[in-house]
Design a protein. Structure first.
Length: 742
């Protein structure tokens, strides 16, 4: 392919030479104990022309000089050990270079753009490591792309007369994709498309591809939401065969099935969920016992009863692994007939459930536990706001009429009594959990008021109140006890755990450096002192201007939670055993936990660990993609919301600093944008990495992480999904000096 688009985007320039080198190295690596001369290599490459032979001789000399080969005798060469070759995954930067993450290797391997050799973000690659005198970190070159992470990308079609390029939206995709006329699929210039990379020939500057879906006009709401899902390879609609299979399921409650279960339909049961929730996958039951204790049931929709292994429904649920919560919609893991109907514990309906039932003393001590399949009947459905009203007013009068947010409903004394008792127990459980070393992350959620056209009309903040914490504590109890029940059995049984490792000490030190600026201090001497001081910090910043910044930085300092059959405990919760049992409608690991729990209750043998470990890895990966998609949708809505405020000034907090600018979060609405260094007038500014600051070279004016600044909205770009700010001033210096940059 000789056609090139006339632009300034970086292209891979040396693919042909690199591929030739890689072919030669593969021959040596595949025959590590053998030596070859240039003639034998030429024979294996099936070349016999003088030009190719000269290239082989030159390549053998170059790779010997680099240490990849060694000369065993005159003119004979051998692979120089395997210690300098690693396999890992590519993590691209927005600058065009990358790092290779190798499992078990302490430091990532830096890869310059020229050494990527067609590797793309998250590809599995083999990399050769050499020592670069200019860098202290390991430096490498991609030898071979072992497995493409994805071949589908989202971009905008730049159509020329006889060909086109799909210009990538993702800054981590460093090359555009060439599309021949016959592969346009009726796409028009300027449309956002999903393109599939079909090949990347050794003589091609860019990969070739074909357009498989036209997403729409960039910047339009539906186009952007579709693009977010497509970018991460996430599904949108269910295949027809999956919908048909689900719709044909018998979802009626049968007497024959009830007979196999513990019948708890006569026990007071209710749900507490967000006001706009459509699927209710957990319910609480409450019963006073004659001995003064309480019987508390945590009842979870029995999804595994309907979703059987080997079915198309199970295959689809596994591939999705999680529901996706975009800013304006939910992409469910299960079809609606299950997620919103058969498996939703709706009020005044009987449902099949999987339950954890505990006998709890008035002092919140668990003295008995039971796990198994049940049938339940939900007596009422509460929104968090309604349950919170009962807690706030301690309203437990019989059929008291309550008006809340314009809605009037009746408070049943039995339920209000149960809510108040459960609230007291939850508070005792939470206090004990905190004393045992659990970390209290109560980060404020930013939500948008959307009109019928999905345009944001306002921003509001969701905080966790007592009603939310009530539900959280009993869900944590169920998750913990189920995990302990299996995890402590002997012989050891394969199970799905939710794991959370200890944080990186360097990240905690960095966090401490930042919070010191606000007058706070972390004690990092021990695990106990770290958690105690961290909880104190999170409590002290409540309601302060720096709260969201510190909450966010504290969460980022933690390790990421993941699923595994290898239990290491949960650092953040301070639990030795923890699993996800309580949300099988929206999380596939919970479905696996239900199946395994029932299997072991039936006293069957343990399952193969390798099989479930692979499923855990897949679930963790899909959770990460869903989280990224959710963040992107929120960012898009922030940009859309801020379009109406272009040229207006706001007060913000510096939430991040980089070598190209500083991120500023507006205090009143939590929308984040960028002030670019090149746009700050009055001086030349540089990034002081050690102090998390931007510093002026001449006047030494400093802007540090957490500083309060004044910004003007310069541009809110829906297509690029970013907000550009102009820096107006700082808290100490309201207006910056204007004038020529020196």
């Amino acid at each position: 392919m000789s056609k090139k688009r006339n632009n300034n985007r970086k292209r891979n320039n040396g693919t042909s030479s690199a591929n030739f080198t890689h072919k030669i190295l593969r021959i040596f690596k595949s025959n590590e104990n053998e030596s070859f001369n240039y003639k034998e290599i030429a024979s294996r490459l099936n070349v016999d022309d003088a030009k190719s032979r000269n290239r082989i001789i030159r390549t053998l000399a170059q790779q010997t000089a680099k240490g990849k080969l060694k000369e065993t005798s005159r003119g004979k060469f051998q692979f120089n050990g395997s210690s300098d070759f690693y396999e890992g995954s590519i993590d691209m930067t927005s600058k065009g270079d990358a790092y290779v993450i190798v499992e078990g290797l302490e430091n990532d391997i830096h890869i310059a753009n020229a050494n990527l050799n067609s590797a793309l973000n998250r590809d599995k690659v083999q990399v050769y490591v050499f020592k670069n005198r200019q860098r202290s970190s390991a430096e490498g070159e991609v030898v071979e792309v072992l497995e493409r992470h994805t071949t589908r990308f989202v971009g905008v079609l730049d159509q020329q007369k006889n060909f086109g390029f799909v210009v990538m939206q993702n800054p981590k995709m460093y090359t555009d994709i060439f599309v021949a006329p016959e592969n346009m699929n009726a796409a028009k210039n300027g449309e956002m498309v999903l393109v599939e990379m079909t090949s990347w020939g050794k003589n091609d500057d860019s990969p070739r591809g074909k357009i498989i879906e036209v997403l729409g006009i960039p910047g339009e709401h539906q186009t952007e939401m579709h693009a977010i899902l497509a970018q991460y390879g996430l599904p949108e609609k269910f295949p027809k065969e999956v919908e048909d299979f689900a719709n044909q399921l018998d979802t009626s409650i049968q007497a024959s099935e009830i007979a196999k279960r513990r019948d708890m339909r006569d026990v007071l049961t209710f749900t507490i969920d967000p006001a706009d929730a459509k699927d209710f996958d957990d319910a609480l039951s409450f019963k006073m016992l004659d001995n003064g204790n309480y019987e508390i049931g945590i009842h979870i929709a029995d999804v595994s009863f309907y979703v059987q292994p080997g079915s198309v429904l199970d295959d689809e649920a596994y591939q999705r692994a999680t529901s996706i919560y975009l800013v304006d919609r939910v992409v469910p893991m299960l079809p609606e007939v299950l997620s919103n109907k058969a498996c939703s514990l709706r009020p005044n309906e009987e449902k099949y459930t999987f339950s954890s039932v505990f006998e709890v003393t008035p002092q919140a001590k668990v003295v008995n536990e039971w796990f198994g399949r049940t049938v339940t009947y939900s007596d009422a459905r509460f929104a968090y706001e309604e349950a919170q009203f009962i807690i706030d007013t301690e309203s437990n009068e019989i059929d008291a009429s309550v008006s809340l947010s314009g809605k009037t409903y009746q408070v049943d004394k039995r339920i209000s009594d149960a809510v108040l008792k459960l609230d007291k127990l939850a508070k005792m459980m939470r206090l004990k959990r905190m004393k045992n070393g659990s970390i209290s992350f109560d980060k404020i959620e930013v939500k948008f008021d959307l009109n019928e056209e999905n345009n944001p009309e306002g921003v509001f903040f969701k905080t966790s109140k007592d009603a939310n914490k009530l539900i959280e504590e009993f869900m944590l109890l169920a998750n913990k006890k189920v995990s302990e029940f299996i995890g402590k059995q002997k012989p050891k049984k394969t199970f799905v755990y939710r794991c959370h490792d200890e944080p990186d000490p360097e990240k905690l030190t960095a966090l401490n450096t930042v919070v010191n600026k606000f007058g706070y201090q972390l004690n990092l001497k021990s695990r106990k002192s770290t958690i105690s001081s961290l909880n104190q910090l999170l409590e002290d910043v409540q309601g302060k201007g720096e709260q969201n910044l510190i909450d966010t930085l504290a969460i980022r300092s933690m390790s990421k939670a993941y699923y595994s059959t290898q239990n290491i405990g949960h650092y953040g919760l301070a639990f030795d055993f923890y699993s996800h049992f309580t949300s099988p409608i929206r999380r596939y690991p919970d479905v696996m936990v239900h199946r395994l729990l029932q299997r072991y209750l039936d006293e069957k043998d343990s399952v193969k660990q390798e099989e479930y470990e692979e499923k855990c890895k897949h679930s963790s990966q899909m959770e990460g993609l869903a989280t990224n998609a959710e963040r992107d949708s929120i960012k898009y809505m922030q940009v859309k919301f801020m379009q109406q405020y272009e040229d207006q000034e706001f007060t913000g907090v510096i939430s991040g600093v980089t070598d190209f600018g500083m991120f500023v979060e507006i205090i009143e609405n939590r929308c984040e944008g960028m002030v670019r260094l090149r746009d700050i007038e009055g001086d030349h500014y540089y990034f002081d990495k050690e102090n998390y600051a931007i510093v002026g070279k001449r006047k030494k004016m400093t802007f540090q992480l957490g500083d309060e600044v004044f910004v003007k909205v310069k541009k809110a770009d829906l297509v690029k999904r970013n907000i550009d700010f102009e820096l107006v001033g700082s808290k100490e210096n309201k207006f910056l000096e204007k004038g020529e940059v020196v």
